[in-house]
Design a protein around this ligand. Sequence first.
Ligand SMILES: [Zn+2]
Length: 279
Amino acid sequence: MRRASVVAAVTAALVLTGCAEPADPAPTASAPASPSASVAATPTPTPTPTPSPSPSVPSTPEPAPTVTPSPSATQEPPPPQADASASSLQVLVNKRRPLQPQDYVPEVVAVSISRDVDGGGEWVRPEVDAALRELDAAMRAELGEGLHVFSSYRSFARQTELYNGYVASSGQAAADRTSARPGHSEHQTGLAVDVVGTSGQCRLDVCFGGTAAGRWVAAEAWRFGFVVRYPDGLQGITGYHYEPWHLRYVGTDVSVAMHGQGTRTLEEHFGAGSAPDYG
Ligand SMILES: [Zn+2]
């Protein structure tokens, strides 16, 4: 039994993520400024849901593209490409790939499944909320337990506030172990959620991965367009320790392909190279 060391590791992992807000966010009398101004009453058209072989594709795809004789070539589809635009469902955000633009603000809606209600509520892009509802319904039907969201969209301003607070108190090196730099958090896209089963077991703890809810999510979330973004042992690629609670919505084109190919990280899927640190 290595409970104590596990707990210590968990604590370290948590702060490393830049994922977790403080477990007990300071309650404020007024709602946070962040999402309310940009809440969309109606779902907005999603920009480019499919990968486009656009000329602006940034970096070297892993599978060397074969010579493409003409745009109408019909053989192989192009290799998957990470999208550099912050508004893309397939945007790749990590320590080497900041959001573009860094102060990007998505249109978000209130999370409609079980969620935290203090600290201003939980907000995601409309596509993500729709997928969460489907996932939650399937989970309840198949497992008898639903999904609860305890962290979601976080604004550039909020991330700046968190990060600067850590820098002021502990210095930059420590801050970088504690919080994502502003513009580098996947939570700013509105596509990431931190989840736990409705039982609340192992909330914000790596032990979530061993719960019935955590195992179901790890095995089934791909069906609904989600990936467990920071798998165990792959921090050399993703830059983050194991976070079984952090789901990233990428759409089923990507999640189904990754599941079928056994690819565990977006970095590998997009052939984008590892991002162990800020470089
Ligand atoms: Zn997270």
